[in-house]
Design a protein around this ligand. Structure first.
Ligand code: ATP
Ligand code: MG
Length: 777
């Protein structure tokens, strides 16, 4: 144990050695916050604290698993496996299952994913005959979600005239009714959505003092990573559970708070000291992750935000290369630049694919990157798109499995009752739904009692419904005595799903069968893993719990080597040697939807800070001058965030056009508003100085504009135009890292031109001339 403590610096050691009491660690990116939490837990156990008494809350299940592994290495696996460690959602789903009877839920309640929730909202809107253009299901769901995260129940909603009025003003007077219907339907179906997992935990802990006392006594030590992104609901849970022993240790970085849009509340950090008595605050200042160039550049970015805690971040690491900035004409070209840079870097520096990450603001941006990577045969993985478990064929299987565990699950039932087709048509389902609503029962219960209710169904239809009920019941019997693999295999075959897919001989059809095979393979692994856990038997219910809360990051097994593609939000807490932040354009990043207030813009800037600080060695910022957005080719201008970085930390790979710029009024500027549409001057126009406009605020007056030179980022084309030059076979060249060599072969044209060079030291290397730092001698 001592060895691990010795590896920490003094500032990191202090919170590890302090065993009891409330404490908060506020520190910048890469300063070892997560590492401190990990070592702290191991040290608590070393001092005799029982693993069962420690609760640790992380941002992803993957982070939890990694921490557990490290702790196993230190204190031994048999102890570490008893730790309560995971995301808020997974930990509290587990507690809710154990305590479900208090809330009137079955312990096998289903967890609705966002697709299920959206579909249910849609059908409620339809049944209420409301206008879908006004009552947009996604928006309604977002509203309901934010109510739940602020603990505004249906009752609280109707008791709050301000909320009711606000929705009426927004031309959605029936939102409250939809909310009510939604909650009732979920309850009837024995289902909770993601937000319920927190809301119901709060309900459980406030309404049942004996339950609260039980978990307060169990979790004597509570630790929370990424505390800056907890929402109100999560905050209340943590506060309630830690109230008795007050052994609470939270770590966070206000500069990385990026979930305000989902209700995360930065005040949770700011108010922590008020909530507990005798809080000790620790600060970590040394960054171990990134080069000095990156750390200092990121610090200059944060200087532009007004709302922040004062913090120092420095590093003893090498200075490293500057952040490379690249402009391209289109997003496709941007993709090609990223792919060829990765290709080159891999070749020149013997790097793995896994050393690279491509980060973007929105998922839609992945496509251009994917195309380019595929053309270069560079393996990649996208995180956070449509997850494996949401693919149609997989979700169909999962919905049958959900019915096995909870046949009241309405969304699952509606999805598969007639798939594969078994003659139960829409009209029948409608009749069942109406009856279910009428009797305030689930559709399943109506089906089970079909002979007792007069739904005007013919005998043939009734028999089909009975057959369906019998089939699901037979699966339930099998589930009693078999593991999840056996049940799933049986269900996939007996429902006719596999046969149905086999009818489709196209490559897409075959891929679907393969996905089902992959699901079964995954199940085998899962069952193996479960054997290590006390009391688990690899049952279907255990597997479904895992699936319901799985995020894409959790499936990452690290065993194949791929470039990682993901949104910046998802990259929180992670690190990669090389990071590309792509789509650095106004209206995209910062997002057009997040520029109307200072606080929104500051959140976007924190997001940029998160992106930049993922890089260990080299960061790239790339932007395109035009890209397809919403099906239209749109002109774009470089993101203001590029210029938030002091010029000395940047290297422009393409001549910069952004020599002059405005600062936007939101950025606290004096220059006033500018009408961007009148200022399309940043395309090369004769000798006019190019203009970068960072405001999207319309203004009637163009004359107030003033130009401001940007210091120090004179365009540097480096040697990047060497591919135009007359390099020939036989030339002797000097390379900044490899030294002297002879050109032995040339291939490709223009920006793809490559030279094969035999270096005196290091042998033959193939270099892309666009990037190679070569001088002919
Ligand atoms: P983020 O804010 O991005 O979540 P963090 O503060 O949680 O970052 P960690 O991920 O814990 O930082 O640490 C960043 C990197 O620095 C990791 O690779 C970690 O192993 C390494 N590191 C942390 N502390 C030390 C140390 N004392 N000595 C050597 N390496 C360290
Ligand atoms: Mg961390």
């Amino acid at each position: 144990m001592q060895k691990y403590i010795d590896q920490l610096n003094e500032a990191q050691r202090a919170p590890v050695l302090k065993k009891d009491g409330p404490m908060i660690i506020i520190a910048g990116a890469g300063s070892g916050k997560t590492r401190v939490l990990t070592i702290r837990i191991a040290y608590l156990m070393h001092q005799g604290v029982d693993a069962f008494n420690i609760l640790s809350l992380t941002f992803t299940n993957k982070a939890a698993r990694e921490m557990k592994h490290r702790i196993s290495d230190i204190v031994g696996a048999s102890e570490a496996k008893n730790l309560w460690m995971g995301t808020f959602h997974s930990i509290f789903a587990r507690i809710l299952r154990a305590e479900s009877d208090h809330l009137g839920y079955p312990s096998n309640f289903t967890i609705y994913d966002s697709q299920d929730s959206a579909r249910l909202i849609s059908s409620i809107i339809k049944e209420m005959q409301l206008d879908r253009d006004i009552y947009k299901p996604k928006q309604i769901l977002g509203r309901i979600s934010s109510y739940k995260n602020s603990l505004i129940t249906v009752k609280a909603y109707f008791n709050n005239p301000e909320l009711v009025e606000a929705d009426a003003m927004a031309k959605r007077p029936r939102l409250g009714e939809i909310y009510q219907q939604y909650v009732e339907r979920c309850f009837k179906a024995g289902a909770m959505d993601f937000d319920d997992l927190l809301l119901k935990t709060n309900e459980l802990l406030t309404r049942f003092p004996e339950v609260l006392a039980k978990y307060q006594n169990r979790f004597r030590y509570i630790l929370v990573d990424e505390y800056q992104d907890t929402n109100h609901s999560q905050y209340l849970i943590v506060r309630a559970l830690s109230d008795k022993f007050q052994n609470i240790c939270v770590v966070g970085d206000d500069a990385q708070s990026i979930y305000a849009f989902r209700g995360a509340n930065i005040n949770n950090i700011l108010n922590f000291q008020k909530d507990y008595e005798g809080v000790i605050m620790f600060r970590l200042e040394q960054n171990y992750r990134s080069t000095r160039n990156i750390v200092e550049a990121a610090n200059t970015v944060m200087e532009h935000n007004k709302t922040k805690l004062d913090k120092v971040v420095w590093t003893a690491n090498e200075f490293g290369p500057r952040i490379k900035v690249h402009r391209s004409l289109t997003d496709a070209e941007e993709g090609r630049f990223v792919a060829s840079t990765i290709f080159e870097q891999k070749m020149q520096n013997q790097l793995h694919n896994g050393s690279f990450a491509i980060l973007y603001r929105t998922n839609a941006q992945s496509r251009a990157m994917e195309d380019a990577l595929r053309k270069r045969d560079i393996p990649y993985r996208i995180y956070g798109g449509l997850s494996f478990y949401q693919r149609k064929e997989i979700k169909d299987v999962l919905c049958y499995l959900r019915l096995v565990l909870n046949p009241k699950d309405e969304e699952a039932l509606i999805r598969v009752i007639n798939y594969p087709a078994r003659g139960i048509g829409d009209t029948t389902v409608e009749k069942l739904t109406i009856a279910a609503n009428h009797y305030k029962r689930s559709i399943w219960e109506v089906m089970v009692n079909i002979d007792k209710i007069d739904l005007k169904l013919n005998t043939g239809t009734k028999n089909k419904l009975k057959d369906f009920v019998t089939m699901v019941q037979s699966f339930q019997v099998i589930d009693q005595n078999h593991d999840a693999f056996y049940v799933t295999d049986h269900v996939a075959k007996k429902t006719g799903l596999v046969q149905e897919l086999k009818k489709d001989a196209t490559p897409e059809g075959m891929a679907k069968i393969q996905n089902i095979e992959e699901l079964l393979n995954g199940l085998k692994d899962f069952i193996e893993g479960q054997k290590e856990i006390d009391g688990a038997r690899g049952a279907l219910s255990e597997f479904m719990e895992d699936v319901a809360l799985a995020t894409d990051l959790d499936k990452d097994t690290n065993d194949d080597d791929r470039v990682a593609l993901m949104t910046i939000h998802l990259a929180k807490g992670l690190e990669f040697p090389h990071v590309f932040v792509v789509g650095m354009e106004e209206d995209l990043f910062p997002s057009a939807m997040s520029m109307s207030t200072r606080s929104e813009l500051e959140e976007e800037r924190r997001l940029f800070y998160v992106a930049l600080t993922r890089a260990e060695h080299q960061a790239y910022l790339t932007y395109a001058q035009s890209r397809y957005r919403w099906g239209k080719l749109t002109d774009s201008e470089p993101s203001r965030f590029i210029e938030d970085i002091a010029g000395e930390y940047l290297e422009y790979l393409t001549p910069s056009e952004t020599n002059y710029r405005y600062k936007s009024p939101i950025d606290g500027d004096i220059f006033g508003d500018v009408d961007k549409s009148k200022l399309r001057l940043n395309k090369p126009v004769g000798g006019t100085p190019p203009v970068h406009v960072t405001s999207n605020q319309p203004s009637p007056d163009l004359n107030i504009r003033k130009l401001k030179p940007v210091s120090g980022n004179a365009p540097s084309s480096g040697n990047s135009n060497l591919f135009d030059s007359k390099l020939t076979v036989g030339n002797i060249v000097m390379h900044e890292r490899f030294g002297k060599g002879e050109v032995i072969n040339l291939e490709g044209v223009g920006p793809d031109k490559k030279a094969e060079i035999k270096f005196e030291v290091g042998g033959i290397k193939k270099l892309l001339l666009r990037f190679a730092k070569l001088d002919v001698v």
